[in-house]
Design a protein around this ligand. Structure first.
Ligand code: ADP
Ligand code: ADP
Ligand code: ZN
Length: 217
């Protein structure tokens, strides 16, 4: 199974992607996580990506498409994979279709997490991430057991630079202009499943579960 988890910044894509990948034993591919590790390690890719990410802009298509090619190659023999944060533009979606096509594969479903702008702001402003393992928390909605410390590895939690208010505004605008048109692209391909993203993490996860069960029939 090949799934795309789609939605605006802060919608809960990463949170739900982790749950799905655990439940279905699928590989979770997050371009955001891959790019953030590259920036942290100071690789060539990281140096290239950093200024785009810091400004809330998209990293150029050819760069991200290159990353996805490598990841898909590594993941193809397994039990399927879940794309989180990719594709984000029409050219990325077209490149993905070509890649999968050449392996006689295709996207099975696009889960679009629907949330209001008000909720996006609440979720992003409280998001905290572990410096070491990348685990995700929320100050009020999904706090770590000890304040400021990761449950998994005990390291410090930090706020992503691009989660600060002025950058978030740019990211939302970029989403509306460049990424949201993909909904129509996947609607046309009859692959779009809209999921209400409001409510608790468990409630959203249950709704996704229902969609995936109905697909299996
Ligand atoms: P969020 O989960 O809040 O939507 P991500 O972690 O997915 O954010 O992405 C963080 C940043 O990484 C984006 O603002 C963008 O700069 C870059 N990025 C991630 N995925 C892509 C992509 N598919 N195309 C271009 N840039 C990307
Ligand atoms: P995305 O990957 O779409 O940017 P995340 O999964 O990182 O979104 O979620 C953004 C923030 O909102 C995180 O701090 C996460 O803990 C929190 N969050 C995720 N889902 C929910 C939910 N259903 N209710 C409240 N907070 C949530
Ligand atoms: Zn950690």
């Amino acid at each position: 199974m090949i799934l795309i988890i789609f939605g605006p910044p802060g919608a809960g894509k990463g949170t739900q992607a982790i749950l799905i990948s655990e439940n279905y034993n699928m590989i979770h591919i997050s371009t955001g996580n891959i790019l953030r590790s590259a920036v942290k390690e100071g690789t060539g890719l990281g140096e290239l990506a950093k200024s785009y990410m810091d400004n809330g802009e998209l990293v150029p298509d050819d760069v991200v498409i290159g990353i996805i090619k490598d990841e898909i190659k590594k993941s193809i023999s397994g039990n399927g994979f879940l794309l989180d944060g990719f594709p984000r533009t029409i050219p990325q979606a077209e490149a993905l279709d070509r890649m999968l096509n050449s392996e006689q594969l295709k996207v099975n479903d696009v889960l679009s997490i629907e949330v209001t702008d008000e909720e996006i702001i609440k979720r992003i402003s409280g998001r905290r991430v572990c410096e070491k393992c990348g685990a995700m928390y929320h100050n009020s909605f999904d706090p770590s057991r000890e304040k400021g410390m990761c449950d998994n590895c005990g390291e410090n939690l930090y706020q992503r630079d691009d989660d600060k208010e002025d950058v978030v505004r740019t990211r939302l605008q970029v989403y509306r202009e460049q990424t949201e048109p993909l909904k129509q692209y996947y609607e046309n391909a009859d692959l779009l499943s809209e999921v209400d993203g409001l409510g608790t993490i468990e409630e959203v996860s249950d709704r996704i579960e229902k969609v995936l069960k109905s697909m299996a029939k």
